[in-house]
Design a protein around this ligand. Sequence first.
Ligand SMILES: [Zn+2]
Length: 470
Amino acid sequence: MKLSRTLLLVFVISAILQFQAQTDEAVIKDIYKTSLTNGNSYQWLDYLSNQIGGRLSGSYNAELAVNYTKTELEKLGLTKVWLQPVMVPKWVRGAKEYAYIESSEGKTTTVNICALGGSVATPGIGVKAEVVEVKSFEELATLGEANIKGKIVFYNRPMQADLIQTFQAYGGCVNQRYKGAVEAAKYGATGVIVRSMNLRLDDLPHTGSMTYEDLPNDKRIPSAAISTNDAELLSSMLKLDTGAKFYFRQHCKQLKDVQSYNVIGEIKGSEYPDEIITVGGHLDSWDLGDGSHDDGAGVVQSMEVLRLFKVLNITPKRTIRVVLFMNEENGLRGGKKYAEEAKTKGENHIFALESDAGGFTPRGFSFDCNEANFNQVLSWKPLFKPYLIHYFEKGGSGADVGPLKSETNVLAGLRPDSQRYFDHHHASNDTFDAVNKRELELGAATMTALVYLYDTYGVNPIPNPSTLKD
Ligand SMILES: [Zn+2]
């Protein structure tokens, strides 16, 4: 009798589980179908990219993007849409930069550069000096002040081509861009030129943020990126002629912080409204292109997650929130502000997903969470197989959602194919035509499917005992 009751219970539970699995499979199929046949992410991106354009923090375009996305979210019939005020830095590029290499014989060749975000301008007449080429800060230190003072430091360590994870190749180089000026200023350099963070050889300079740390204003030296083709040219000219000089002129400026906003919308949860699931991308972009991949794609995909819930009549159990973060590129003020306010209000953020790796074909996700939650997510992997989504690994999530990290929540980043991402990243060819409609829509559907699963099952609230210290 006892045995048969147990058997019955097992049967009922397995039937429920099977039914739920079939439901999940069907819902996810609907999500993909709707995103691909009746999606809106591409139309939103078209407007953001072609009607508004580059959206550097504090710019007029950034303000237009705030207003546009707020209005579009209001059309979706969400429970609530609002703006979260945040003060952001305002850096302006000014007139286009100009640079050339001058050989000892006085012959000049113009090259393509752009100021790095946050850099100071050159003096009005520009900077001209001999060049010291280095591959690392160690090499710089070995050369020391005797070889560097009064010269322009040229950082020329390329991205490592054999790394399949191109973000790792980026991570292996980006210190040249971010800290190159501070390091070179220690030895009396007059300026810094950095090889663009780009795996391919082309003529486009790629901007990006840099820091002076606490260097006083009079010690700050101008710093610019040079295209990969021109980095190769400069390097080969220096090999032939060590006395070759580099000239550059740029007019950028750091202004006072200005008021801006994170744009937020949510569907209130029907059963557990206090458990918050956040999905987002960053609304700001660099100014050279229109920021379609970085991160217009993530913005419209995140908006699409909530739109798909509405269109498919999925009533979420938990609160699903879209956050369009301001100022990821040169300050992360939006991401920090969002987490700070969440903490002040005592909000329970169980899951946060960011899309900020381009609008290319999705491959999967990387997860920042404890073992118990990672095991849960691995159990959902088969549901993604029909969509060729296979990458479920532990790793980073996203810069904007990172500050939400806790012991028990799950942070994740969408991981699209990254082979072409750095061809466009922070350069003038990060434009709408570089984004493929289907790839973008597949990314939106993949994010929605994962959000749906987290809404259905929640997270494991107890950290795995094996990960806890005594
Ligand atoms: Zn980005």
